[in-house]
Design a protein around this ligand. Structure first.
Ligand SMILES: Cc1cc2nc3c(=O)[nH]c(=O)nc-3n(C[C@H](O)[C@H](O)[C@H](O)COP(=O)(O)OP(=O)(O)OC[C@H]3O[C@@H](n4cnc5c(N)ncnc54)[C@H](O)[C@@H]3O)c2cc1C
Ligand code: FES
Length: 376
């Protein structure tokens, strides 16, 4: 829930770096201190904490916002687009999603001075865990946010990292952070910028590439791309095309890292369709013994679900609201503990090995192996 209580200024006396606490993964109340219109449908929101906090995180990681909209609690994940090299605040950069609840709410309602809760920072897609001296940063649309955070980090810290940054947009006016990208490219020799625009509007000056990223453009932008660590984020079709391009070249895919913002990542969608088909085929043959009982220990409520149904869907059937943001095992928002029985989880990095060992699962992507009791 957002509140509007505090003036939008922070006394510089509050900043005493040696005494300032640092950010750790958890729930934090932060205040919006700046809103920046980046393009026609993209805005950056900057946040600070009431008591100054050094917002350290791994560039590429994200936070999950906890909001109350029309009386309902909703959670959505957003990448931290700023860099931990400027640690007294952090920012997220949000694109309006046509018909989308939270992105439009943020654009229409979130203003300077308002407070809200964020969870995080978390995320395995980051540039700290995969050190490299030559990188290729590939982004499409608002998928620029994590790789921008990485580029800002390397730029600000004078890192000895050779960066090729290739960004694809619909039109030149949709390029987020264009001026800052140009600025970085003009200041250091280890930052090479390449912009690709799907189409050019009438009267627009354009010196970049046109169309889509393909083999020829990749070779021109980064002839040595096979030697680079690749970070990719963008719409699902964009990421699929990039992955195929690299695979066709025999690229070592252990050096390819990607982040998906919403649609099911490759494989999950197909698995879901397959699961639905199997469920349909088996529906007639389904007997009581094929169904699983899911019991939620806090309320003592139980529900019987069909094979393939998730723990989150079991909770929804009972009107139990387990917070959910990404719906695909990335953000960790929907974590619950299985107290009895087991569940099979198909996650995308949103849970640690320690949590798994302690019996936690992500309810959005976990199906019970039989009857289970879930603590919730
Ligand atoms: C790790 C991670 C990082 C992310 N980082 C960013 C970021 O940096 N910037 C950013 O902009 N986004 C980011 N996202 C995406 C973000 O979390 C939201 O998914 C996005 O803003 C859309 O949310 P929304 O509430 O506006 O849309 P939703 O309400 O979730 O709707 C999404 C889409 O589904 C459609 N829809 C909704 N309900 C229905 C229905 N009943 N029937 C048919 N269609 C429907 C909507 O029209 C809309 O197009 C990230 C996501 C993840 C998982
Ligand atoms: S909602 Fe993100 S992991 Fe389940």
């Amino acid at each position: 829930m957002t509140t509007n209580t505090t003036p939008n200024t922070v006394s510089s006396d509050s900043f005493i770096p040696v005494n300032t606490q640092t950010w750790v993964n958890g729930r934090h109340v932060v205040r919006c201190v700046k809103v920046i219109q980046e393009t026609r449908d993209v805005r950056t929101f900057c946040f600070m904490a009431e008591q100054p906090v050094m917002f350290f995180f791994k560039p590429g990681q994200f936070v999950t916002l906890e909001l109350e909209i029309d009386g309902q609690q909703v959670m959505r994940s957003y990448t931290i687009s700023s860099s931990p090299s400027v640690p007294y605040s952090f920012s997220i950069t949000v694109k309006r999603n046509p018909g989308g609840l939270v992105s439009n709410w943020l654009h229409d309602n979130l203003d300077e001075g308002q407070e809200l809760a964020v969870h995080g920072p978390v995320g395995q897609f980051n540039c700290i865990d995969f050190p490299a001296d030559k990188v290729l940063l590939l982004s499409g649309g608002v998928g620029i946010t994590p790789v921008m955070s990485m580029a800002r980090w390397w730029f600000d810290t004078n890192a000895d990292v050779d960066m090729v940054f290739a960004h694809s947009s619909r039109t030149p006016s949709d390029i987020v952070f264009w001026r800052e990208l140009d600025h970085m490219a003009s200041r250091v020799s280890n930052f090479s910028l390449h912009l690709i625009s799907e189409r050019i509007e009438n009267g627009q000056a354009w010196h970049g590439y046109r169309g889509y990223l393909d083999q020829a453009k990749l070779e021109m932008m980064a002839p040595d791309f096979m030697e680079r660590e690749v970070y990719c984020c963008g719409p699902t079709p964009y990421m699929k095309a990039v992955k195929k391009l690299l695979q066709d070249n025999g690229f070592d895919m252990t050096r390819y890292h990607e982040e998906s913002f919403g649609e099911a990542p490759e494989g999950v969608e197909e698995q879901a369709i397959e699961a639905a088909e199997i469920a349909q085929e088996e529906a007639d043959a389904l007997t009581q013994s094929d169904m699983s009982w899911v019991t939620f220990s806090n309320s003592g409520q139980s529900v019987q679900i069909a094979p393939g149904e998730t723990l989150h869907s079991a909770a929804s059937k009972l009107g139990i609201n387990i917070a959910k943001a990404c719906g695909m095992g990335i953000c960790g928002t929907c974590k619950v503990q299985v107290k009895e029985g087991t569940a099979s989880m198909n996650h995308n990095g949103g849970i640690t090995d320690d949590d798994i060992a302690a019996g936690y699962v992500l309810s959005c992507c976990s199906v019970p192996d039989g009857d289970v009791v879930v603590e919730y």
